[in-house]
Design a protein around this ligand. Structure first.
Ligand code: GLU
Length: 518
């Protein structure tokens, strides 16, 4: 019988979730939904030293904002609860004991000083990468080198120890990665990793394998930085007798900085000029303890759909030219086979482009709500029918990347100009133009058709009546109505402002600029 597809996102709560982590969660989620499986969230908090308060909640809030739904986890519960490793502590020991019993692991009693001395000795002997491994273990104090009686005494006396995996000396460890194909590693390059620490806590490696097995995980999809650990994990599955149900591995390509120089990391924070976290994060400086704030996509005005669409394409593509994908469309189109092996470069212009596409595709009614919220936040009173607000939102959206841009572009509808673009005034304002605008202001209130086309027809008629061409007055007219030389379509602006307000603005401009009309 086919096993149900079960994937997990297994972050360590050591800080805010980086966008690379969100991408890992997303690909897991897409695969689970595509194959009708389950998505688990497991918190890997066995390293108490690196625990950051608030990080766990931050991770869950981020996934929720992104629309990545969890089927089993801390908040949802599930058949394999608890989903937080610190609460599963009692479960791991028996597997370490089993490995010792079967000859695949051993007790190591070496003190930190002894370990340092070993590394110093190997360094002095020019060993490139000093490790506790199949060769060096023979010189150390462990249950493989000490007499059985002494080991027993040490254990009975409560001497501190760790449990290490006994990695074979000469063996090829191979597994088939869904993205990279066959990965072959010689066991001599793997060290005897600690599985249980002296405080009785399992390390990441043991807890991760035990949990993936108990939670019946079928696919492990994670970042490339875990690739070097995978051969060790394969050995653990084998030694624990779980090879038959070992999950399939898929190691995702790295996310690089925009210039391609190295990995995009949490530490980049806001230094590169764009957020590396989904939500704003309030933390503490590791050295000074001072409060820190790192910006987030949400607070910077990104829409979750745009952010997710962008992330999906960092390392995957559908093989067609289509770039806009909703979450259901991503689920439909996603496959691990189309995830790239090569690293993906972060592209700030692209994420902005996605935001524009999603913002502009929103119905005007929804944009009007964004606009209203922004205006309220800026203390700009809005007293106009909803329909007009929607017209404004629909007009200015073509110049907006973020919701806040809507308000910036829409300000002209709520404030008459208090100044006029000086360059346009000095270059283009003259008596003839002033006369044309005065004439237009005079007939505007009698306009029978106040649609953009109606206003344009009226304007053309007046301007040509004055012996001028439309092109000669358009920029000055815009400046007289809005104060500036650029903005959304002018005929639409005048239509929304209405003939009366437009006429009054023109008269005010003619009066204010009288001195320049000479
Ligand atoms: N806890 C690991 C992390 O923080 C999980 C790695 C894995 O998925 O196996 O990324």
């Amino acid at each position: 019988m086919e096993r149900e597809v079960r994937v997990r996102f297994a972050p360590s709560p050591t800080g805010p979730l980086h966008i690379g982590g969100v991408r890992t969660a997303l690909y897991n989620y897409l695969l689970a939904r595509k194959l009708g499986g389950k998505m688990l969230l497991r918190i890997e908090d066995t390293d108490q030293n690196r625990f950051v308060p608030g990080a766990e909640q931050y991770i869950m809030d981020s996934l929720r904002w992104c629309g990545i739904e969890i089927d089993e986890g801390i908040e949802q519960g599930g058949p394999h609860a608890p989903y937080r490793q610190s609460e599963r502590k009692p479960m791991y020991r028996q597997y370490a004991d089993q490995l010792i019993r079967d000859g695949y692991a051993y007790y190591a009693f070496d003190t930190p000083e002894e370990l340092d001395a070993m590394r110093a000795r190997l360094t002095a002997a020019k060993v490139p990468n000093p490790q506790y491994n199949s060769i060096t273990r023979a010189q150390m104090r462990n249950s493989l080198t000490l007499p059985e009686e002494e080991v027993k005494q040490l254990l009975d006396a409560g001497a501190p120890y760790v449990i290490r995996l006994k990695v074979p000396r000469k063996e090829e460890v191979r597994f088939n990665d869904l993205i990279r194909g066959w990965v072959v590693v010689h066991s001599s390059s793997i060290d005897d990793k600690v599985l249980m620490k002296s405080d009785g806590m399992p390390t990441y490696h043991l807890a991760n394998i035990v949990d993936d097995h108990l939670m019946e995980i079928t696919h492990v999809i994670r970042g490339e930085e875990w690739l070097p650990s995978a051969p060790l994990h394969v050995l653990l599955y084998r030694y624990l007798g779980w090879e038959d149900t070992m999950p399939q591995f898929a190691h995702l390509p790295l996310l690089l900085k925009p210039d391609g120089t190295g990995k995009l990391s949490k530490r980049d924070g806001d230094k590169l000029g764009f957020p590396v976290f989904p939500l704003e994060f309030h933390g503490k400086d590791a050295e000074t303890g001072e409060p820190t704030v790192s910006s987030g996509y949400r607070e910077s005005g990104y829409l979750p759909e745009a952010f997710i669409n962008f992330l999906a394409f960092l390392g995957w593509n559908p093989g067609t030219t289509q770039e806009i994908f909703s979450m259901p469309e991503l689920i439909e189109a996603f496959s691990i086979e189309r995830v790239s092996k090569s690293p993906a470069r972060f592209d700030q212009n692209k994420v902005r482009w996605y935001n524009e596409q999603y913002l502009r595709a929103k119905p005007d009614a929804e944009l009007a709500q964004y606009l209203l919220t922004e205006l309220n936040e800026q203390g700009i009173g809005v007293d106009m029918p909803t329909e007009r607000l929607e017209q404004i939102a629909g007009l200015v959206k073509e110049r907006a990347t973020f919701p806040a841009d809507l308000a910036r572009e829409a300000r002209l509808f709520f404030h008459r100009p208090i100044s006029y673009d000086e360059q346009i005034v000095s270059k283009k304002w003259n008596a003839q133009v002033a006369a044309a605008l005065t004439a237009f202001a005079a007939v505007l209130p009698t306009a029978t058709d106040a649609t953009p086309d109606g206003i344009k027809a009226l304007l053309t008629q007046v301007v040509e009546g004055q012996g001028m061409k439309l092109g000669q007055v358009l920029q000055v007219l815009r400046m007289a109505v809005t104060g500036s030389g650029a903005g959304p379509d002018l005929m639409h602006i005048m239509s929304i402002l209405g003939p009366q307000e437009t006429a009054e603005r023109l008269q005010a401009a003619v009066a204010a600029l009288a001195a320049h009309a000479g």
